[in-house]
Ligand binder design. Sequence first.
Ligand code: C2E
Ligand code: MG
Ligand code: MG
Ligand code: MG
Length: 282
Amino acid sequence: LAQKSGPNNIRFYDPKVQADLEARIELEHDMRLAIERDEFILVYQMQVDSLGRAIGAEALIRWQHPRHGFVSPGTFIPLAEETGLIMPIGNWVLETACEQLVIWANDENTQHLTLAVNVSAKQFQQPDFVDTVCGVLTKSGAPAHRLKLELTESTMIGEIDDIIARMHQLKALGVSFSLDDFGTGYSSLQYLKRLPLDQIKIDQSFVRNLHKDTDDKAIVQTIIAMGRSLGLQVIAEGVENQEHWRHLNEHQCHAFQGYYFCKPVSAAEMIQRSLAAPPMLA
Ligand code: C2E
Ligand code: MG
Ligand code: MG
Ligand code: MG
């Protein structure tokens, strides 16, 4: 039971609910300031081919909060989506990722690397999203064909024809698409057939128990086979050990990402790691 006393002064009788609400309001307030205070950074997680060689990376946001320390994107991204703050934050991510792509493009050791950026459903559905991406690409001079946008199945809720049209506009710029967390949402195979995707990303929940769960083995094999026969690149995330990697490799998964190869780290550290010898399949 809530009682209102003034616009920003909602009181609950349950002290736990009240405390949670206050924490949320504080986090939202701090998030508004975080961009100008430069508290966000991007870390990069290497993506490798079947021989373990770096082919690209995924950019993942981190928030260094002045009092609470590190706040997980799992906590603040959903709140940013609810409050609309995902728009300025998402733009910052795009700009920063494109700056990184320019740096990589100017070095022959890194110019082949692609960079995947997570785009939330709400961000993608903004009427000016295509213009925003186009503007960031132009301003930064980043090679569009090295930029990959990761969408989730939640983005596909809504007018699917409009979503497809928008994807085609972005593809015309040279940008490619990956469907993140594949298998966890409710995208029908009908959508999968129609969406102009380049890649599907097998969700880590199927990879996690690959060494011991025969159902997960079957699911992963099926996703890879289906993706391949639809002409899509298939990448697996959450590859944590050699057994995961071996199973995925045996079933011809194209690309791999996970702690087994590299945790999300600074760009410099990732490049350092990518120059070292990749792990071998024994
Ligand atoms: P995601 O896009 O599915 O990213 C994969 C998550 O799995 C990342 O968590 C990554 O650090 C973690 N991960 C990578 N390899 C392994 C592994 O081998 N084992 C395990 N257990 N985990 C692994 P993170 O960085 O905490 O991000 C969580 C989610 O937050 C992301 O899931 C994505 O949905 C969202 N997110 C992160 N950065 C951004 C961003 O810039 N924009 C938006 N809109 N969302 C973001
Ligand atoms: Mg992702
Ligand atoms: Mg994912
Ligand atoms: Mg996820």
